[in-house]
Design a protein around this ligand. Structure first.
Ligand code: NOJ
Length: 515
């Protein structure tokens, strides 16, 4: 386990929209370099940058055309190497986004694979034996290639699935996972990883990490075996490199696959969604952090606690504010609600991830799709730095922007919130400072629920020697606590709270930490 993860707080950057330094309307590596001090000022000491590799951008870069070359619109490979160096000088680690499950249909491997003549890459992707033989049970494309066969997709039409084999092959075109050509796919991906690690990258966020071996069993034992093999390579060659999976199955990703971290993702109706985005379940929104207090923390804890307990010895189950695939938390929560929500997310075990712009409460915008974003596009708009032209993101004409900036009256900006000690941004900084100062609050510190009742408030929990309580609602609430807790002193508070005897009382919309 890389030691630096213990106190890591990640900042996710969608590079298209972070900061444009050459006036072409799209963000770039130099822009990220210029803003490293800002990222540091937040209390973030690690970055996850969404795919920044050469791509036709049918899925915002998740359709990689060349794994070892950056997309020219962000700069050059040398610029990215410089970004690694500058970030390291400031104590910031950098994860790139590894997309191992599929490539772009324009990747050189696929161009070879689709040729009629057999070659080294014929089995790099999954093909049936004839254009009229469907790949039953899969999304597939036929009729587009000189090769007589159909190929399997992993996501959009532009993303053919790489071939890591099948756990239980059922057709003669399905190769077993230990077939030399499937092993070659895995080794090719390790080669990509080594390339970036050798140039100074600190690890990877892994896209659709659970999607490699097809016809896998429920426990994903085929796919996990591949990741274990990758972890062995990392432990031997790059012991400080970190891996976080897009999986949302920590028992599989962490315990079996050897990932250091796994994301708790927003799956409609799941525990994480019930905290911030309950509207996704299609019913009335009872998100726990809404101030009407109608949420139920047990919807989260019942799912989270067993997973946390099962994996805490081996890795970190991580909470996110949002990501480039979800609606921003500002969609249904105002800043007063977000403060309490972030207080929770940033004081929980595991490694927190803050999506760019969530620190100022950027809004989700209703926009036409861009680069395969569809409903996700509205969470990918330019970072709002100032109240000047294009929100200070770019000097280009407004119609040349990658996506429009939020021009709403009162749209938040970094400049305005930096000047306001009571802003969401200031609260984020205070919370992250507290996390860095108190070892008990960090990734591997103990976590114990003190008071959590279905449909009731507050939520009270311990992190090591610290007592924490939060009340998202506009009512005063109280709960029983331990005898010794009355001795503790308030270390940090949003709002107000007190421990008297064996009772804790919290004012409306409050979060308090006692030590
Ligand atoms: C998950 C990524 O987060 C998403 O943005 C992408 O479209 C799919 N994987 C396919 O790579």
């Amino acid at each position: 386990m890389p030691k630096w993860l213990k106190d890591a707080v990640f900042y996710e950057i969608y590079p298209q929209s972070f900061y444009d330094t050459n006036g072409d309307g799209i963000g770039d590596f130099n822009g990220i370099i210029e803003k490293l001090d800002y990222i540091k000022s937040l209390g973030c000491n690690a970055l996850w940058i969404n795919p920044c590799f050469d791509s036709p951008f049918h899925d915002a870069g998740y359709d990689v055309r060349d794994y070892k070359k950056v997309a020219p619109r962000y700069g050059t490979n040398s610029d990215l190497y410089r970004l690694f160096g500058e970030a390291h000088r400031k104590g910031i680690h950098v994860l790139l986004d590894l997309v191992p499950g599929h490539t772009s249909e324009e990747h050189a491997w696929f161009l070879e694979s689709q040729k009629a003549e057999k070659n080294e890459y014929s089995n790099r992707y999954i093909w049936t034996n004839a254009a009229f033989q469907p790949a039953k049970g899969f999304l597939y494309i036929g009729g587009e290639t000189e090769r007589d066969g159909v190929y399997v997709l992993n996501f959009f039409k532009s993303q053919p699935a790489l071939n890591y084999g099948f756990l239980n092959p059922e057709e003669d075109w399905q190769l077993p996972a230990d077939h030399p050509d499937c092993v070659a796919t895995r080794e090719a991906m390790k080669d990509v990883m080594r390339f970036w690690l050798d140039h100074g990258c600190d690890g990877f966020r892994v896209d659709m990490a659970d999607s490699l071996v097809k016809n896998d069993d429920q426990k994903k034992s085929g796919t996990s075996a591949i990741w274990r093999n990758v972890r062995e390579m990392l432990d031997a060659e790059y012991p400080e490199a970190a891996m976080v999976s897009e999986w949302n199955g920590p028992e599989m990703a962490i315990n079996q696959g050897g990932f250091h971290m796994d994301f708790y993702l927003n799956w409609s109706g799941n525990g994480y969604s019930s905290l911030l985005r309950d509207y996704e379940s299609g019913e009335e929104d009872h998100s726990f952090f809404k101030k009407d207090g109608s949420g139920d923390i047990m919807r989260f804890l019942d799912e989270y606690l067993p997973r946390y307990e099962a994996t805490r010895k081996n890795g970190y189950y991580c909470l996110i504010t949002c990501n480039h695939d979800t609606k921003r938390p500002k969609y249904n929560l105002d800043d007063s609600e977000l403060k309490i929500a972030y207080a929770f997310l940033f004081t929980m075990p595991g490694v927190p991830f803050l999506y760019y712009g969530d620190e100022i409460g950027m809004r989700y915008l209703e926009l036409k799709t861009k680069e395969g974003g569809y409903g996700r596009t509205g969470s990918r708009t330019p970072m709002q730095w100032t109240n000047e032209k294009n929100a200070g993101f770019s000097t280009c004409p407004a119609d040349a922007l990658y996506l429009p900036v939020d021009t709403a009256e009162g749209a938040p900006s970094v400049a305005a919130q930096e000047a306001d000690g009571n802003s969401l941004l200031s609260t984020v900084k205070d919370l992250l400072r507290l996390r860095h100062e108190e070892e008990d609050l960090q990734a591997d510190g103990d976590f114990e629920v003190v008071y959590a009742e279905s449909g009731k408030l507050p939520l009270v929990y311990r992190r090591g020697s610290l007592l924490l309580a939060l009340n998202p609602s506009t009512e005063r609430v109280s709960a029983p606590v331990g005898e010794a807790d009355a001795e503790k002193k308030v270390l940090y508070a949003i709002g107000d709270g007190e421990v008297k005897g064996q009772e804790i009382t919290l004012a409306p919309q409050s979060f308090v930490v006692w030590k």
